[in-house]
Structures are given as structure tokens and as C-alpha cells.
Design a protein around this ligand. Structure first.
Ligand code: FES
Length: 156
């Protein structure tokens, strides 16, 4: 990423939202739409251009789990940790994903293929526990299914 380009992008985004109420969150949304995540350099630039402490920007970024702080992977694995999924074994699925891919929540594998995120209730609790890989839904997933699900996407 070229820093001058990023700085110019941030300037345009700040300019667009500067007079609107609640503009910080809109600026962060806009940046994530452009880059797929909010790069640290962008946060520093927003802090400079809006004269806001960097800590305030990270407070917003970390409060909403919508925001990504690292580049997204080719595939996003979402594991539901809503009540139904939690009770039916979602924590074991997360353990298995961590074990196979060596990533934690919010991280992307070194090869850039998979990003792991934890979500709250995907709205299909009857299928618990649920994992999605991008838009594909896997239901009643068992720990032993995880390697197969990951393998399906590794070949793409
Ligand atoms: S709790 Fe997982 S889909 Fe509702």
C-alpha cells in the first residue's frame, strides 16, 4: 500500500464526512469499504486529519466487531457463538480451526487464505452449531467436520 495514496484517500473520506454528526464511524466504514479492513496507517492519518486521539479511533474500532484491523483473507470463516451454537459445541469448532489454521479470532492465515471471525447468532439456531465460509452455510457441524470444510476451500 502506498502511504501517499492512503493519505489522499483518507483526506477525501474525511472531507466527505467532516460536517456530519457521528462522522468518525462513517469515515471508518468508508475506509473499510475501500481496503477491506482499517489499516493502522489509515487510523494514524484519520487521527492527524481529524485532530482526534488515536486511542479514540481504536476505541470505536474495537467496540464494533464489524471492523477488521487486519487484511481479510480470501475466505472468511464465521463461527457462530450465539447461545444455541455455543451450547451445541461451537467452542470446540473454534479450537479445531485454531489448531488447523494457527489463527485466532480476527486473524488471517499467513497465506492470506482464511480469516477467522466469531459472530453472534446467524439467525438459523435450529441448525446449530453453524459455521459459514463466506456465504456458504454449514449446519450441525462437528469438530471432525472442520478439516473437511477447510479442505474444500483450500483447493479453490
Ligand atoms: S445461535 Fe447460532 S445461529 Fe443462532
Amino acid at each position: 500500500m502506498v502511504i501517499e495514496t492512503l493519505s489522499e484517500d483518507v483526506r477525501k473520506v474525511v472531507e466527505r464526512w467532516k460536517d456530519k454528526e457521528g462522522n468518525l464511524i462513517m469515515i471508518l466504514h468508508d475506509i473499510q469499504d475501500r481496503y477491506g479492513y482499517v489499516p493502522r496507517e489509515a487510523s494514524l492519518e484519520i487521527s492527524r486529519q481529524m485532530d482526534q486521539p488515536l486511542a479514540r479511533i481504536y476505541e470505536v474500532l474495537t467496540f464494533y466487531n464489524y471492523f477488521k484491523l487486519t487484511p481479510p483473507g480470501k475466505f472468511t470463516i464465521s463461527v457462530c457463538m450465539g447461545t444455541a451454537c455455543y451450547l451445541k459445541g461451537a467452542p470446540a469448532l473454534i479450537d479445531e480451526i485454531r489448531h488447523i489454521l494457527h489463527v485466532d479470532e480476527g486473524e488471517t492465515t499467513k497465506d492470506g487464505l482464511f480469516h477467522l471471525q466469531i459472530v453472534r447468532c446467524l439467525g438459523c439456531c435450529g441448525l446449530a452449531p453453524v459455521i459459514t465460509v463466506d456465504h456458504k452455510v454449514y449446519s450441525a457441524v462437528k469438530r471432525s467436520d472442520v478439516a473437511t470444510i477447510i479442505g474444500e476451500h483450500s483447493k479453490k
